[in-house]
Design a protein around this ligand. Structure first.
Ligand code: PLP
Length: 411
C-alpha cells in the first residue's frame, strides 16, 4: 500500500463512522418487519384453533427470510413457548439469541450432532425407528452421563409417516412406535405427522388429506388404548401446518405448526388474496436508487444487451440483486418496483447486486430514493405472493431465499 492508498483508506473509514452515528441500517437494501402484523396473525391463527392448542411457530430458514431471532424474540414476548426449526444449527442460533422454551428440530440429525441437542436444550424429531435407537443409545451412553450426571432423558417428538413418505416411522408400524415410546433415555413429549396436500382444493387432495388425518388419529387411539406406562398424556399431538390450520380444523390437537401463514401469506397469490384482511403480510423489502441514466432509442442497458430502449428512456439503477434473493428469473416479465408510489418496470437482466428499472413515466427520481420490491408505497403495493407467482415458485421459497446481506428492522 502506498501513502495515497493509506490516505484514501483513512478517509473512507472516517466517512463510514460518520454515517454510523446516523441510521446506517437502511443504507443499501433491507427488510422491514411489521411486529403489529405478526401479532395480528398470531391472534388470528390462534382463533382458528381449539383453546388448549398451542402455536408452535415454524421459524426455519431464518423465519422464512424474516429474521429468526427477531421473529422468535417477539413471539417469546407474546408468550409463545414452542418453536420449530429445520436443523440443529438453526436451534443453536435461536438459543444464542436467548430464545426460551421448546425448540423442536423437524429434520434429521446425525448422531455426531446429538451432543448439541443437550448443550442447547433442543428437542429432536425421531425420523424413524432406527433413528430412535441411535438417539436412545446416545442418551444412555457413558459419555453423556459424564456430562449430565442427573440422567435427564432426552426430549423427542416422534414423526409418523401417514402418506407423505418424507420422514416418519410408518403409521402402520404401531408396534415399532410403541417401542420408541418406551426406549430408555428418551422422553417422548410429542407425536406428529405432516399433511402433504392440504393446500390442494381438488377432490384427490382433500381425500388424501382426510386419509392422512384418519390414519394419524387411529394410531393415536391405538397407542392410548394400550396399557403401556410410557404412553402418557404428556405426548402432545400435532399435524397441521398453515393450510391444515385454515382448511382442516381438528378438535383434538395439542399444537399447530404454522409457517407461511404466520408471516401473513399463503403459498400463491390467489390463496393469499382469499385471506386478505385475515392475514397481514409481515415483511417489506426495500432498496435504493443508486444512479439515473438517459438512453436514446436503440441503446441497450444491462447484461447481454437483453434490453434495448425503443424510445428515449430514463432508467434507474436499484441497489438489490439476485444475491439478495431476488430471483433472476424475474427479469423481463413485467415485474415492477415501486418508486414514489408508482410502478417502475424492471428491465433487462437482474444482476447479482443491482437491477435496472424504467422510470421514464415517473418524474423526479434521484439517487438515494427508496424503492419498494415487496410491500406498500403510497396507493400501490407488491405482494411477495405476486412475485412468487411471476417467477413460477411459491412464497415460501421466495422468502426463504432472502439473504443475510439484507438487514432486518422491526417497525
Ligand atoms: C415447513 C414445515 C411446516 C410449516 O409449513 P407452512 O406450510 O409454511 O405452514 C410445518 N411442519 C413441517 C414438518 C414443516 O416441514
Amino acid at each position: 500500500m502506498n501513502n495515497m492508498d493509506i490516505t484514501s483508506f483513512t478517509y473512507s473509514e472516517a466517512t463510514l463512522s460518520e454515517t454510523a452515528s446516523l441510521d446506517t441500517s437502511r443504507s443499501r437494501a433491507w427488510i422491514e418487519i411489521s411486529l403489529d402484523a405478526l401479532r395480528h396473525n398470531v391472534r388470528y391463527l390462534q382463533s382458528l384453533l381449539p383453546t388448549r392448542c398451542a402455536l408452535m411457530p415454524v421459524v426455519k430458514a431464518n423465519a422464512y427470510g424474516h429474521g429468526a431471532g427477531l421473529i422468535a424474540g417477539e413471539l417469546n414476548a407474546l408468550g409463545i413457548r414452542s418453536f420449530c426449526v429445520a436443523c440443529v444449527s438453526e436451534g443453536v442460533e435461536l438459543r444464542r439469541r436467548h430464545i426460551a422454551g421448546e425448540i423442536l428440530v423437524l429434520g434429521y440429525t446425525h448422531p455426531d450432532q446429538f451432543p448439541l441437542l443437550d448443550q442447547y436444550a433442543l428437542t429432536q424429531t425421531v425420523v424413524d425407528h432406527a433413528h430412535a435407537l441411535a438417539l436412545s443409545a446416545y442418551a444412555c451412553s457413558a459419555s453423556r452421563h459424564a456430562l449430565r450426571p442427573n440422567h435427564s432423558p432426552l426430549p423427542v417428538h416422534i414423526a409418523v409417516d401417514t402418506g407423505m413418505h418424507r420422514l416418519g416411522e410408518p403409521a402402520e408400524h404401531a408396534a415399532q412406535i410403541r417401542e420408541i415410546l418406551s426406549l430408555p433415555g428418551l422422553q417422548v413429549t410429542g407425536m406428529y405427522s405432516h399433511l402433504a396436500a392440504a393446500g390442494g382444493t381438488d377432490a384427490a387432495s382433500r381425500n388424501f388429506t382426510k386419509n392422512q388425518i384418519d390414519i394419524f388419529y387411529q394410531l393415536a387411539a391405538q397407542l392410548k388404548n394400550c396399557p403401556d406406562e410410557y404412553v402418557a398424556p404428556h405426548v402432545r399431538l400435532h399435524l397441521q401446518a398453515s393450510y391444515g390450520i385454515l382448511r382442516y380444523p381438528l378438535p383434538d390437537v395439542d399444537c399447530a405448526r404454522p409457517g407461511i401463514a404466520l408471516y401473513g401469506l399463503l403459498s400463491n397469490a390467489a390463496d393469499t388474496r382469499a385471506c386478505a384482511g385475515k392475514l397481514r403480510p409481515v415483511l417489506s423489502l426495500r432498496a435504493r436508487v443508486a444512479a439515473i441514466h438517459q438512453l436514446s432509442a436503440g441503446e441497450s442497458a444491462g447484461y447481454d444487451m437483453a434490453y434495448t430502449a425503443a424510445r428515449p428512456t430514463t432508467i434507474a439503477t436499484v441497489t438489490i440483486g439476485y444475491a439478495d434473493g431476488l430471483p433472476r428469473s424475474l427479469s423481463e416479465d413485467g415485474t415492477a418496483v415501486l418508486l414514489h408510489g408508482r410502478r417502475a418496470p424492471i428491465i433487462g437482466r437482474i444482476c447479482m447486486d443491482q437491477l435496472l428499472v424504467d422510470v421514464t413515466a415517473i418524474p423526479g427520481i434521484h439517487p438515494g430514493q427508496i424503492a419498494t420490491l415487496i410491500g406498500q408505497d403510497g396507493q400501490e403495493s407488491i405482494s411477495a405472493a405476486d412475485l412468487a407467482d411471476a417467477c413460477g415458485t411459491i412464497t415460501n421459497e421466495l422468502l426463504s431465499c432472502l439473504g443475510p446481506r439484507l438487514e432486518r428492522l422491526a417497525l
